[in-house]
Design a protein around this ligand. Structure first.
Ligand SMILES: [Zn+2]
Ligand SMILES: [Zn+2]
Length: 329
């Protein structure tokens, strides 16, 4: 079992831009160092000035200081300004919702990864039939703000719809295209990688003539080939949606025993004076909620060699919802 400390992820006030809890582990902030935190081990020490960037060692912090200095100052200024305005109640409702949106997306990052993978694969036959240009496919998540969320960033929005969209090539910025291509290049040796897809989250009702796109944030989702041993289940998709709506935050943790075995740990955010803390649901309680979570390796994130191929196809064929995979081996 990972140590108890691992579960204590602290968030600042709900009205500041906050959540630096990643479902992912932080990497060392020194360019050129490949070290990453791992679940169950203590986190890397954080820069005492900005409380943002982490380093695997004192040496790397010192080595990175020249390049970190300016960024460090920007983090501090931003957090201070936001903190003061939040403490004085000076944030506009728009800013509060904007901050909650950023936190909500970070918190549910793993869950949204699953949802995006699901919708991509479920729609794949249709997309193929329509000869869609896959490099221009994006995932759009439409959200409604829930004012009675009591500031809990994990349950501040309900999901209205999640939709795949093919955007015109002119609406993808050069930056987006470059990031997408870099992602592809960096994963070229990963047989499970399909593509990076830009995921954008929109909040309904926050559009204005000045800001026609409204409240919006984006992140990147990696689409993987489905694991041959599992089936594409609508039930799991529904469960993932319920998790988000219930404010349940999934974190992927690595078991101490066994070679790189990951599993989901569901948890809730608990409110303190000015902070939210993530805590795992005790396993017996999780059972009572009958949280039958899909295995982490549902999509091909680990090295797998078995895929199902349609006759004549060069890429893995994907089953429609409800289809039962039969393993090839
Ligand atoms: Zn390092
Ligand atoms: Zn710093």
């Amino acid at each position: 079992m990972p140590s108890d400390d691992y579960y204590k992820t602290v968030f600042k006030s709900p009205s500041t831009k906050v959540v630096r809890n990643r479902n992912k582990n932080s990497a060392c902030g020194y360019t050129g160092c490949k070290s990453e935190e791992s679940a169950g081990r203590p986190r890397f020490p954080v820069c005492a000035s900005c409380k943002h960037t982490r380093y695997c060692s004192r040496e790397h912090q010192v080595a990175a200081w020249k390049s970190h200095k300016a960024q460090c100052k920007r983090y501090q200024e931003r957090d201070e300004a936001e903190g003061i305005r939040a403490a004085l109640g000076l944030l506009t409702p728009h800013q509060i919702v904007d901050n909650l949106l950023e936190d909500f997306v970070h918190l549910h990052e793993s869950t949204f990864d699953e949802l995006a993978n699901f919708i991509y694969h479920v729609n794949l036959p249709k997309l193929l039939a329509e000869q869609v240009d896959f490099s221009r496919v994006t995932v759009n998540v439409y959200l409604n703000y829930l004012p009675d969320c009591e500031g809990n960033p994990a349950k501040a929005f309900e999901i209205e719809t999640i939709a795949l969209k093919e955007v015109g090539s002119e609406s993808l910025s050069e930056k987006v295209k470059k990031y997408r291509d870099d992602l592809k290049r960096s994963r070229q040796n990963d047989p499970t990688f399909i593509q990076g897809v830009l995921c954008s989250y929109h909040v309904a009702g926050y559009e204005s003539p000045l800001q026609p796109t409204g409240l919006k944030t984006t992140n990147w989702v990696i689409i993987y080939k489905p694991h041959a041993q599992f089936k594409l289940e609508e039930e799991w998709n529904q469960q993932m949606l319920k998790m988000v709506q219930g404010g349940i935050v999934l974190r992927k943790v690595r078991d101490e025993e066994g070679p790189r075995k990951y599993r989901w740990v569901p948890g809730f955010l608990f409110k303190g004076d000015s902070k939210w803390t993530w805590k795992a649901i005790p396993p017996d309680l999780a059972d009572r909620f009958s949280m039958n979570l899909p295995p982490v390796e549902y999509w091909g994130r680990q090295k797998i060699t078995t895929f199902l191929y349609a006759p004549g196809a060069t890429s893995a064929w994907v089953a429609p919802a409800g289809f039962l995979w039969e393993s090839n081996d």
